[in-house]
Design a protein around this ligand. Structure first.
Ligand SMILES: [Zn+2]
Length: 306
């Protein structure tokens, strides 16, 4: 294990004990099962493993789709990719896509949602924004989200057993951690691909020898800006910890990746031969497996003997 120079971090996220795939209008979604139970975990305890697992999905997705994003919809109909997403969600929960792009918080109380457009801020109604995250749920389909909190929201959306660690978080957490909350598989695949690309560009911008290529990788990598980061001090146990109030697992992964890439002693690396993300056992490690290292050496020797 590499000894990194770390901060003391805390950041809580929640997941249910089981999830299932549901189909609606020929699209596939992930949702917690009826009998599942909610638990919380500290994101910092899993951070490298979380990134490796998600970036592996991204790498597979990128292989399949190249640059055409429409293909994520096709992939989401295939069992192989559904299973990859389901396995990930069972380990770490859903991504929190609902709260990720929000410019305002407490969207239920206000009944309005503000999102950053290309150059302007767009306002949409809470009903239009929230309902696509609650697929195949008759009760929620008929709820009015546009006029503040009401009885039906408390009854059908809010969970009675939301862990205490989440109770002081913004209102949106009640939506994201509702048992009825769904995320679309094609969107998870699409996002995993985006994050893998950032990882690949950043890694390549460090290792690439060709200066022209290096400049291109650097340009792409520098366009990466993690969304809305909020840190607070946590002063328990005579120790200062950064308590990170992240709004979605998407945001958390972006920031964790940012810390990894900017660390001189990083643990998470990309295999120089196959491009798979892996947790390195020592600083000099360049390949995820012995076979990748051997193949790479064979190529190197051939180059030399030319
Ligand atoms: Zn490899």
């Amino acid at each position: 294990m590499i000894k990194e120079n770390n901060f003391n971090f805390k950041g809580v996220w929640a997941k249910y004990s089981d999830y299932e795939i549901i189909k609606s209008n020929d699209e596939f979604y992930v949702r917690a099962t009826k009998k599942s139970k909610i638990t919380t975990f500290d994101i910092y305890n899993v951070n490298k493993k979380l990134l490796v697992d998600f970036l592996l999905i991204g790498r597979e997705t990128l292989k399949y789709t190249n640059e055409r994003d429409i293909e994520c919809n096709l992939m989401s109909t295939e069992e192989k990719y559904q299973k990859m997403v389901l396995d990930f969600v069972k380990k770490y929960g859903l991504l929190g896509d609902l709260s990720y792009p929000l410019l305002n918080s407490n969207i239920i109380s206000s009944g309005e949602v503000y999102l950053q457009g290309y150059s302007e801020v767009n306002k949409i109604s809470a009903n239009n924004y929230i309902k696509p995250f609650f697929i195949e749920d008759e009760n929620i389909k008929n709820i009015d989200f546009n006029n503040g909190i009401n009885e039906n929201i408390l009854k059908y959306v809010y969970s009675t057993d939301l862990p205490i660690e989440l109770s002081n978080k913004p209102e949106e957490m009640n939506l994201i951690f509702s048992k009825a909350y769904t995320e679309k598989i094609s969107r998870i695949l699409f996002y995993s691909k985006q994050l893998y690309k950032i990882f690949e560009y950043t890694e390549n911008s460090i290792t690439e020898k060709n200066e022209d290529k290096k400049a291109i990788y650097k340009k792409f990598a520098s366009e990466f800006v993690p969304n809305n980061i909020a840190f607070m001090f946590d002063l328990n146990d005579d120790k200062v910890a950064l308590n990170w109030q992240f709004s979605s697992l998407k945001q958390a992964m972006e920031v964790l990746l940012g810390f990894n890439e900017s660390n001189d002693r990083k643990e998470l690396k990309m295999c120089k031969h196959c491009g798979k993300p892996f947790i390195a056992k020592n600083l000099k490690a360049e390949y995820d497996t012995i076979s990748c290292r051997n193949i790479a050496n064979v190529y190197k020797n051939r180059e030399k003997n030319k």
